[in-house]
Design a protein around this ligand. Structure first.
Ligand code: PEP
Ligand code: MN
Length: 256
């Protein structure tokens, strides 16, 4: 299948090999993100993820470090020569962040925010578009078109789990939907097994399943001390689990 490729600095989505994006759910401090960046580089991941604007269910929960956090992430990513992706929550922040980020992440809760999508479509940076947790494939596809029809944005879709009656996992990974969307749009689709499952013991098998199905990459939450992570601790893996994942996924992470 010929796919449209999306480049973020030296990383290309939509070609072999598949791409691994990894990092903590949240940037906790400057020192924290530098430490994670070094370990992520040593583990051999392609790109760093970390959130500074956090869309939390409770307004009383940690909301992220905001603009300062993005500056720390920028410097940490540069220190190890890896590109980074971070979420932009509001259209008010696009201009402020445009020169700092390599790729914008649109979160699940914002997939229907058409004003934000239009603005990002004009901004000219690649976008990682997460699926709304109750969005149909068609709605998700159309949100990608909002971005691309402005002519300047390239889009990587990210399946992060949808709501279902199944309550043993945080969400339900719609692998079939991810495969279908990639085949239909020819845009790269990656999966986020962390938010899709909410459980660190499912990250490895879900990653392998997706990569075996020719999904273009994975995005996983990693932390030096996952149980102490400020956000999403239960679904965050440590570096020994990341090493195992990189080893077991090797067939898809090297070109052949
Ligand atoms: C995240 O990636 O940390 C995140 C908040 O994801 P989602 O928008 O999929 O909930
Ligand atoms: Mn998270």
């Amino acid at each position: 299948m010929t796919m449209n490729s999306v480049s973020v600095k030296q990383v290309t989505f939509g070609k072999q090999p598949a791409i691994v994006i990894a990092g903590p759910c949240s940037i906790e401090s400057e020192e924290h993100i530098f430490k994670e960046a070094q370990a992520l580089k040593a583990a051999g991941v392609d790109m760093i993820r970390a959130g500074a604007y956090k869309p939390r269910t409770s307004p009383h929960a940690f909301q992220g470090l905001g603009f300062e956090g993005v500056k720390y992430l920028r410097a940490a990513a540069d220190s190890v020569h890896l590109p980074m992706v971070t979420e932009v929550l509001s259209e008010y922040d696009v201009e402020k962040l445009i020169d700092l980020v390599d790729m914008f992440q649109v979160g699940s809760r914002n997939m229907y925010n058409y004003q934000l999508l239009k603005l990002l479509g004009q901004a000219g940076k690649p976008v990682l578009l997460k699926r709304g947790f109750s969005a149909t494939l068609k709605e998700w596809e159309m949100s990608g078109q909002y971005l691309m029809s402005e002519g300047k944005a390239s889009v990587v879709y990210c399946e992060r789990g949808i709501r279902s009656f199944q309550d043993e996992t945080r969400n339900t990974l719609d692998l079939a939907g991810a495969i279908l969307l990639q085949a239909k749009t020819k845009q790269p689709v990656v999966i986020d097994p962390s938010h899709a499952s909410g459980r660190r013991d499912l990250i490895l098998p879900l990653s392998k399943a997706a990569l075996a199905a020719d999904i273009s990459g994975i995005m996983v939450e990693v932390h030096h001390n996952p149980d102490q992570a400020w956000t999403d601790a239960a679904q965050t893996i440590d570096y020994s689990m990341l090493d195992q994942l990189m080893k077991e996924c090797q067939p898809w992470l090297t070109s052949n």
